[in-house]
Design a protein around this ligand. Structure first.
Ligand code: NIG
Ligand code: FE
Length: 414
């Protein structure tokens, strides 16, 4: 048998295919489909062969890549980022050291609101260049699919400006982007006494967002001093009525019952869930909602408390991991670091962690059938790692282990 490929990756020590149906839950999260001494063939940007290395003896390829016995996985998926924003907030680090809390900084008009000022001032071109810089860095860390939110405009022009930047990146950047409208990210000072009016104003943007295909998800920050459970329900139900899928920043700092609300609304994902109640976890387990956990945020906010990943996994919840990349509570593009935090702080096993940054992360943004797996016919989003086994990545922390990244079969990082 002779076969010709555009690219052939041979000598793979461990190949993580992540095969299986649907998101990984329960027992499936605890084991990994690993193929040893493997090879992968790519044709027209898609996976055309998966098998043993010795089967490739008579294969030909325009480009041969020798993986030298290393680990190969699907491109990682980061299902929760605030990619597009102006400025930065290093001045808040000192406030945090003085013991001023995240919500107190926000109350004083800083935090998200200070990034809103910077984002309103920035031109679309400036925001594009800055977001592209961060997205390039994510790709260099092996991330080939990214969810990106608006939410630093809190007015029509700036929210649309952010979403247009995401759309332009969708067209121009190799990374696949999934766009989320987070107009309900904070209450602008001018609406302090009538937040409901602000929500209506943001809802009025949905028609144009839909018409220009600027977002497929709608999200809200449900939190003390931000939006209540009732406001979040009203807002997300209105978005669903228009045909949007929804996500929710739920129980991040205080336990308000956002986890239960995510299930009630049939949200594609509930995100953060640090304060999720036992009842909330039970309900999540019986639902299709993916739990997106963001341990970098707990770490960066200096919290003792982390999401109860162990309880969630034991209950049968499909858990995903994300960076929450943003200028305030998690300024990092490094999803590999989140894998280490997941091991150390969430007590997740390496097997669970790999499911959480591939298949489950893809399902958390409705890309479960396209991304997060190496399967015949799927687009060839592949990472070759500078490690011989999958447990090494969460273990050796804080650095970039990527050797080569292929996006739709093309080498984009080497
Ligand atoms: O997920 N919680 C709200 N949004 C972000 C933080 C955004 C910011 O601080 O700029 C989060 O933690
Ligand atoms: Fe967030």
């Amino acid at each position: 048998m002779t076969k010709h490929f555009d690219t052939l990756i041979v000598n793979i020590g461990q190949l993580l295919t992540m095969e299986g149906d649907g998101p990984a839950k329960g027992e499936r999260m605890k084991t990994l489909p690993v193929l040893e001494h493997a090879a992968v063939g790519i044709k027209d940007g898609k996976i055309a062969f998966i098998g043993k290395n010795e089967e490739t003896k008579n294969f030909h390829a325009d480009r041969m890549i020798n993986a030298s016995g290393k680990l190969v996985s699907p491109g990682l998926v980061d299902p929760h980022t605030h990619l597009v924003f102006g400025g930065s907030r290093e001045h808040e680090l000192v406030l945090k050291q003085q013991g001023v809390s995240y919500l107190e900084i926000l109350k004083r008009g800083g935090g998200i609101l200070s990034t809103v000022q910077a984002t309103r001032k920035a031109s679309e071109e400036e925001l594009f260049e800055k977001a592209k810089f961060h997205l390039d860095r994510m790709l260099s860390y092996g991330v080939t699919t990214v969810e990106a939110k608006s939410g630093y405009g809190l007015d029509e022009d700036t929210e649309l400006k952010q979403l247009r930047v995401i759309k332009r990146l969708q067209n121009e950047h190799p990374v696949d982007l999934v766009s989320t409208f987070l107009g309900a990210h904070a209450i602008p000072p001018e609406y302090k006494n009538n937040p409901d009016d602000f929500l209506v104003r943001m809802l009025n943007l949905l028609d144009i967002i839909q018409k220009e295909e600027l977002a497929e998800f709608v999200d809200i920050f449900c939190e003390t001093d931000v939006f209540t459970i009732e406001q979040s329900r009203m807002f997300l139900q209105a978005a669903e009525a228009k045909g949007f899928n929804v996500k929710i920043h739920a129980d991040e700092i205080d336990s308000l019952g956002g986890t239960e609300l995510a299930v009630e609304l049939g949200a594609v994902s509930g995100d953060h869930l640090v304060g999720a109640s036992a009842a909330g976890i039970e309900r999540l387990a019986g639902s299709d909602t993916i739990a997106v956990l963001l341990p970098g945020t707990s770490f960066y906010l200096g919290k003792e408390k982390y999401a109860r990943a162990r309880d969630m996994i034991e209950a049968g919840v499909a858990v995903a991991l994300a960076t929450d990349f943003n200028p305030g509570s998690s300024p990092t593009e490094n999803l590999q670091l989140m894998m280490s935090f997941a091991a150390l702080k969430l007590k997740m096993t390496p097997e669970e962690i790999w499911h959480a940054v591939t298949v489950n992360a893809a399902y958390a943004i409705n890309r479960g059938e396209e991304a997060g797996r190496i399967a015949l016919g799927r687009k060839a989003d592949i990472v070759i790692w500078d490690a011989t086994n999958y447990a090494y990545i969460p273990y050796h922390y804080g650095v970039n282990h990527v050797k080569t990244v292929l996006k739709k079969g093309k080498v984009v990082v080497e």
